[in-house]
Ligand binder design. Structure first.
Ligand code: NDP
Length: 329
């Protein structure tokens, strides 16, 4: 009998309705790839929530094992870059969308998709960071490339108590920025201040229709929310500033005007973690290993087991998860 491992499998019936089941798979049932990894830690990102609840068409091939990121150890490899025993991280590349993903004991993927686990980071820490935290770092790097340094003025982080937001606050404050955290959860004020937020604002200030231009409040920002919130963030960005847009928790729309761009020279920086080139990924992960405070990472992380994944997927869509959830496989 071949060895089996536990997996979550999402199927779709003729009525196009999704169903989620926990099953046992064998290596032979995994998809093509040149590296097989024992998944040790994974996480529940917002996108995983959308995939499991079926709230958005994240999954584009059925049946599919969801889960867009994992950390683990290479079991076998025919890729010259990897050998048995290597510790690796995977984020994106369609894993958990079109290719069997992280919510299984094993994953078989293309070696080109993997990055090495930094020496000074554990697999658990890597997934406490996860795609949300790696996206926060990509956003910080984009602001830096645009010259948004701490001396330019405050930066705003929206969706502050969520995964991207929490890691972004910890990173930006460590780098010396004055961070304004926008949240709908005032009860999490102490949590956000401990992460490094210097000011906290109610997300209601940003969630309604935006004026073309409003009073200049910040030099830039990281926006995980989209829609009216991003429009307001742009309209309140000071001359020459920049906003890194990475999320859509409020909506995918952007009801804005060109005023911030053509009258204040504001830039909108698009952030995509899924297809980001390898050099950028390596830089982001090395910087996360060096620059993310371990104590703050622990403070923003909740640990669950395999059986908690489906519940956490619903909770993240309902905005009930604070910070990051890490899953031990
Ligand atoms: P979380 O659910 O952890 O965080 C989202 C936060 O947004 C919530 O905690 C909440 O923050 C806020 N929020 C939720 N709903 C609303 C609403 N209706 N209006 C205003 N604010 C709202 O998700 P993640 O941090 O994991 O992901 C955040 C976003 O980034 C998602 O849209 C995700 O798809 C996207 N993303 C994009 C990536 C990319 O490659 N571009 C990669 C990773 C994530 P609070 O309670 O503080 O108000």
């Amino acid at each position: 009998m071949p060895e089996t491992f536990k997996a979550i499998l999402i199927s779709r019936g003729e009525d196009k309705k999704q169903s989620v089941a926990v099953t046992e798979l064998t290596d032979a049932e995994l998809m093509d790839g040149d590296v097989t990894v024992a998944v040790e830690w994974t996480t529940v990102n917002y996108k995983d929530g959308l995939a499991i609840t079926g709230k958005a068409p994240v999954i584009r091939r059925f049946p599919l094992v969801p889960g867009v990121d994992f950390a683990g150890t290479v079991i076998s490899s025919s890729n010259p870059d990897w050998e048995e025993g290597d510790k690796v991280i995977l984020n994106g590349w369609g894993v958990g969308e079109t290719h069997f993903g992280a919510y299984a004991g094993r994953a078989r993927v293309k070696g080109d998709w993997l990055v090495p686990l930094p020496d000074n980071m554990t697999a658990r820490q890597a997934m406490a960071i996860g795609t949300a935290g790696y996206t926060a770092m990509l956003s910080v790097m984009a602001l830096e490339r645009h010259g948004i340094t701490p001396n330019r003025g405050p930066v705003v982080v929206t969706g502050a108590a969520g995964g991207v937001g929490s890691v972004a606050i910890a990173l930006l404050s460590r780098l010396g920025y004055h961070v304004i955290a926008s949240t709908g959860r005032p009860a999490e004020s102490a949590y956000l201040t401990d992460l490094g937020a210097a000011e906290i604002i109610d997300r209601g200030e940003l969630s309604g229709p935006a004026k073309p231009l409003a009073k200049e409040r910040w030099a830039g920002g990281i926006d995980a929310v989209g829609s009216h919130t991003l429009a307001n963030v742009l309209s309140m960005t000071s001359y020459g500033g920049a906003v890194a847009a990475c999320g859509l928790a409020q909506g995918m729309d952007l009801p804005s005007s060109v005023a911030p761009f053509i009258l204040r020279g504001v830039s909108l920086l698009g952030i995509d973690s899924v297809m980001a080139p390898k050099e950028l990924r390596l830089e982001a992960w090395w910087r996360l290993a060096d620059e993310l405070d371990h104590g703050k990472l622990a403070a923003l992380t909740t640990t669950i087991g395999f059986d908690g994944i489906v519940g956490a997927a619903t909770d993240i869509i309902d905005g009930k998860i604070r910070g990051r959830v890490v899953v031990g496989i």
